[in-house]
Design a protein around this ligand. Structure first.
Ligand code: UD1
Ligand code: CA
Length: 452
């Protein structure tokens, strides 16, 4: 029995108070709908259909490479109406699984339990026990635990309001039976909408078995406003940090780290507060990451220290390196072992071999730097002639003095020394001192200007 997933995402999300369609708001760096589609994909469904409405073009653009069938709901006439549109043409023998684009934290394992119930011919409703169930529909059960109905908050008696088990709105059902019930929905309610939730009472009346599947309270958090978006961020953070700490990572403050992607750590990694990881980041053993750094798509070797305020936008860092404080690695950088990048150093599309140091206030772009090289403070690789980029090659054991401009394309030969303040426009031979002389002049008797 295959599963067809129907994701309801036509809502505008007025309470977000934003021009961005609700399901495109980022949670841990990815749109809400992206989380739902990821989870759906883990169920290996026959097909995923997304009901869209508001800001539809932007939503479809954002997921252009994801294999989903888009179903347009021009007018929002309720969750029941949205499911009716989405069900058109779905095989009657499939299980239809209804998800919400704004309920991003539900886990695949929970949905598998829901689908398993539907495979047995039941209408399976996802429920949760909430400390504060106000506003949600309550699940009514018989003494033996069978679900009899869902009563909406506003229609509930005082005793019913005390029930903490709520309807999450997510459900699974054999598609043929769901379609038949949906066809019978009426919009004779306060909002003049077709409520999907009405199928539960219908199924009970029809004698169809209704199964409740419980989710953890933090899985079913729906995002309607920015406060709930932030809360969902906290839930996700706790899931990630629990995993990291269980694997032995020291998080100095687990509430103050953001992992927008995957972070894989070796033994005895220490991460100070307020670090942002993006994309796929791998840290070797004994890596230390200090506060206020942003690290994306990087591999960092064992024993390396990333000091405070570094920006790593992609790259490979070897073992025993020391980066920052205040260093920036742009994409395409490869550092071998024991390399040092100091403060206010920017490196782009370059490789630096082992034991080399670029310690202060320097720009290295489109360069190949050998072993045991020392680049003095304020050195600039002038890689751009206004039209094209050119490479700088610095061979092993080179010493470059402070405030040097290396006008590419240029090669500094092995063991060469470049004097401070030089502007190097031609290749510098190996083993020699190359300077570009500017004569020092003293003007005797010169007076500073005075203010009139
Ligand atoms: C819904 C449930 C409620 C449940 C709550 C849980 C109904 C009638 N009510 O209420 O029982 O406790 O979720 O969060 O189902 N959508 C469309 N097209 C529409 C209407 C909605 O695609 O015409 C989508 C929305 O974008 C959203 C989802 O369906 O992703 C839920 O809609 P929403 O209006 O938020 O329903 P609630 O009032 O929260
Ligand atoms: Ca909602």
């Amino acid at each position: 029995m295959s599963t067809t997933v129907l994701v309801l995402a036509a809502g505008q999300g007025k309470r977000m108070r934003s021009a961005l369609p609700k399901v495109l708001h980022p949670l841990a760096g990815r749109p809400l709908l992206g989380h739902v589609l990821d989870t759906a994909a883990r169920l290996a469904p026959r097909e995923v259909r997304v009901v869209y409405g508001h800001g539809g073009d932007r939503v479809m653009e954002a997921f252009a490479n994801v294999p989903v069938r888009w179903v347009h709901q021009a007018e929002q006439r309720g969750t029941g109406h949205a499911v009716k549109l989405a069900l058109a043409g779905v095989k009657a023998g499939d299980v239809a699984l209804v998800l919400y684009g704004d309920v991003p934290l539900v886990q695949a394992a929970t949905l598998r339990r829901l689908v398993a119930q539907a495979r047995r011919g039941r209408l399976a409703v996802l429920t949760a026990e909430l400390d504060d169930p106000a506003g949600y529909g309550r699940i009514l059960r018989t003494g033996r635990g069978a679900i009899t109905a869902i009563v909406e908050d506003r229609d509930a008696t005082r005793e019913q309001r005390a029930i903490r088990e709520i309807n999450t709105g997510l459900l699974a059902c054999p598609a043929g039976q769901l379609a038949k019930m949906i066809a019978r929905l009426r919009s004779n309610n306060a909002q003049r909408e077709y409520y999907l939730t009405d199928v539960i009472a219908m199924a009970v009346r029809d004698g169809m078995a209704v199964a409740g599947v419980k989710a953890a309270a933090d899985e079913v958090l729906g995002i309607n406003d920015k406060a709930q978006l932030a809360e969902a961020g906290r839930v996700l953070r706790r899931r990630v940090t629990a995993g990291l700490m269980a694997a032995g990572v020291t998080l100095v403050d687990p509430e103050r780290i953001d992992v927008h992607g995957t972070l894989i750590c070796g033994r005895d990694v220490v991460i100070y507060p307020d670090v942002l990881f993006e994309g796929e980041v791998r840290l070797g053993d004994n890596v230390l990451i200090e506060s206020f750094s942003r690290i994306r798509n990087a591999r960092i070797g064992s024993g390396t220290i990333v000091h405070t305020h570094c920006v790593i936008e992609a790259g490979e860092i070897g073992e025993g390196c020391e980066i920052g404080p205040y260093a920036r690695m742009r994409p395409g950088v490869e550092l071998a072992t024991d390399v040092k990048l100091g403060n206010f150093v920017e490196v782009k599309k370059s490789s630096i071999d082992r034991h080399s140091k670029v310690n202060h206030l320097t720009y290295i772009g489109d360069a190949t730097i050998g072993k045991h090289v020392n680049v003095g403070a304020g050195t600039i690789t002038c890689n751009y002639d206004g039209a094209n980029k050119h490479r700088t090659i610095i061979e092993d054991d080179v010493h470059i003095g402070s405030d040097v401009q290396l006008v590419a394309p240029v090669t500094i030969g092995r063991g060469a020394t470049i004097g401070a303040g030089a502007t190097i426009t031609r290749n510098a031979p190996p083993g020699e001192l190359t300077i570009s002389e500017r004569k020092q002049v003293t003007r005797h008797g010169w007076k500073r200007p005075v203010k009139k």
